[in-house]
Write a protein that binds this ligand. Structure first.
Ligand code: AOS
Ligand code: ZN
Ligand code: ZN
Ligand code: ZN
Length: 431
């Protein structure tokens, strides 16, 4: 397998930090042992954890007002894959890449797959895009895509999704994520029920094109770009559609797609209970779909989501396997640094949730001891598992401090030279 940053450089970096890590790891191991937890078990679980990186996340994002490009941004999907390879090399937590079409289109999908495999990467869910028009496109999505009034526009949007499945098949993906921007800005603009009927009829055709071992993820979002009524606005609509479409249709929860203060962990519990939790787009937000770095605003919520996932995994065993993906927009940071730290934050929440004493929790719940129930969760959440995460990385060949190692490598400066700025990089606009 080929690495982008030299293995010696990473080893050198690790050598400088190794003694400190060993001491921290031993101290943490002792503390956890007193709680009856085997640190080695957690480290092994952390090594197995994976969250996919969005191809569109390695370019600098933007808002509806402006985009301030960064240095050395990838100019095509092959360069995006190089950046993804760096993220995985240093974190050892992101072997999957989620592509977005047509942003990531290539005439040579086989070469793309080969490049990915040479870096130890694979392709996670592919995302379709019918929320903007592409040059030369016959029918505009201005008034909707899968729900459009115009049958030819709907047919075009359906065909695009089927093309995405085809491409994904060549690349080895096993799922299609469908997020549409369809909705209305004015009361009366849509017959609300009619729009959903058209959505379902379009989705049935896409569903029929899914290979037997594929899943389809329905991503809901409260608002934006539609500001009065979004067709797939909430998990209830998503669930009803997934239920109607069939076994292969599941719901995808993007953490930023809910009204502020929504109890997202409860949505996760509900979808898991009824076998419809397909996966996640992780990110964080303060107001709406801010697409900030995972764990940067509300890490406790992220932990509570993983607490529900740990509960579901315990109940349902190996059959419970939601897809984990990041979906972020990096406007003021180096996207590679943001994606590395975000992957680590998601992995942190996962490990902390493994530490919850579920037997004690049940005892407290059955005794109606609200305070001790909450304390049981807090005990896990307050435990700093950084040494476990770093040890998992070293053992898998990654970096003890991914951002530090990345900065020392000079990768961004090299990329800036190799990739001179180009206007209008696709897939790095407003997400
Ligand atoms: C949009 O808000 C959604 O989060 C989608 O997942 C979207 O496809 C992605 O953000 C890329 O634009
Ligand atoms: Zn998303
Ligand atoms: Zn979003
Ligand atoms: Zn988003």
């Amino acid at each position: 397998m080929s690495t982008i940053i030299s293995g010696e450089r990473v080893a050198e970096h690790n050598a400088q930090l190794r003694a400190g890590l060993d001491a921290d790891y031993e101290a943490l191991g002792g503390m956890l042992a007193r709680r009856g937890i085997d640190i080695e078990h957690l480290t092994a679980a952390a090594q197995d954890f994976a969250v996919a990186v969005p191809s569109w996340g390695v370019g600098t994002g933007g808002t509806r007002f402006a985009r301030f490009p960064g240095r050395g941004e990838p100019r095509n999907v092959f360069e995006k894959m190089d950046d993804c390879a760096v993220i995985h090399q240093l974190t050892q937590a992101t072997p999957g890449v989620s592509l977005h079409f047509p942003w990531d289109r290539t005439d040579d999908p086989k070469a793309l797959r080969q490049q990915a495999e040479s870096h130890g990467l694979y392709f996670d869910a592919v995302n379709s895009n019918t929320f903007q028009d592409q040059p030369g496109q016959q029918h505009s999505y201005k008034y909707g895509s899968l729900t459009a009034q115009n049958a030819a526009t709907r047919a075009q949007a359906i065909q695009h999704n089927i093309d995405c499945i085809e491409l994904g098949r060549t690349l080895g993906s096993k799922a299609l994520t469908v997020w549409i921007g369809d909705g209305a800005n004015f009361p009366g603009q849509h017959n609300l029920r009619g729009a959903l009927e058209r959505y379902l009829s379009s989705m049935r055709e896409i569903y029929a094109a899914l290979p037997a071992d594929w899943l389809m993820f329905i991503e809901h979002k409260l608002f934006e770009p539609a500001f009065y009524a979004t067709t797939i606005a909430d998990w209830g609509t998503s669930f009803a559609c997934a239920q109607t479409l069939g076994e292969k249709a599941r719901c995808l929860v993007d953490l930023g797609h809910h009204a502020p203060n929504t109890n997202i962990e409860m949505i996760v519990a509900r979808l898991a209970q009824f076998g419809k939790l397909g996966g996640f787009h992780f990110n964080d937000s303060k107001y709406g779909d801010d697409d900030l770095d995972s764990g940067s605003i509300n890490p406790f919520q992220l932990f509570l989501v993983f607490n529900e996932l740990a509960d579901a995994a315990q109940r349902d065993g190996a059959a419970f396997k939601p897809a984990y993906m990041l979906d972020q927009s990096h406007n003021v940071t180096d996207p590679i640094e943001s994606l590395m730290s975000s992957a680590v934050e998601v992995q942190r929440a996962f490990v902390q949730a493994q530490m919850v004493d579920r037997v004690a929790l049940r005892v407290h719940q059955e005794a109606n001891d609200a305070l001790q129930s909450a304390q049981t969760l807090k005990q896990a959440y307050r435990t700093d598992v950084s040494a476990i995460l770093a040890m998992a990385r070293v053992r898998s060949g990654g970096a003890i401090d991914p951002v530090g190692c990345y900065r020392a490598s000079g990768y961004r400066a090299q990329a800036a030279e190799a990739r001179p700025a180009k206007a209008g990089v696709s897939g790095s606009g407003i997400v």
